[in-house]
Write a protein that binds this ligand. Sequence first.
Ligand code: ZN
Length: 262
Amino acid sequence: MPHARAALPDAASVPGGVAIVELGAAGARPSATFGGRPVMVLAQPEREGAWIAVVGVALGADASQSPSLAVRNTDGSTRQVAFSLQSKAYAEQRLSVAPRHVELSPKDLARHERERVHLAEVLRRFSNREPATLRLATPTAGPRSSSFGLRRVFNGQSRNPHSGMDIAAPTGTPVLCAAAGEVIDTGDYFFNGNTVIVDHGLGLLTLYCHLSAIGTERGAMLDAGAPLGKVGATGRATGAHLHFSVYLNATPVDPALFLPAA
Ligand code: ZN
């Protein structure tokens, strides 16, 4: 076995999904970027010497355009590899809430803006270790929402679509690391509440939000299934639940593609 064969997520070449793109045989491992960001390249299972890219597709991607990867071979030659994208309709939710829940005070807005910049930088992490697997373990037991991608409109104002999966569980329920990795950020954020972010390698990150307690620290190396905190309702949460997000190439993708069936 010349390469460890990482188990792959379910492929879904749609906005918010994961495209698995064949790069062909190119000698040693090529590098690839999508929209200027590095993407995960792995040995292709069952095809000796060939490579695939595992690409996170943004929820806002336009399915009428044929996207392509910029691939650089180890001999320095470059090529474009196009892949097809199907459209996917996500539901919209219109809510009426008290205006103070939509319009932030100048102080909260300034805090949120600082945190947004910080989190965007953390979520761009691309480390060169290869994940042991791309099949993730369930981070906490409980009923899962299927609301990834839900477009939310509060009092007529559009907000970012829902970027993760909500798992309902009582406050204090242990939250487990979904795969082996390094804790690259912890913090208490305005919207996300107590948060842990884990880097699994090659741009695969997981994010755990609204925790009642954080049970790890930045720099810790965690095994799959290691406890990293407890379910809570910190930040902007209406009740106790885990918000769980999966990122590939700095893009949130549907966690259900990586998890065992509930
Ligand atoms: Zn959520």
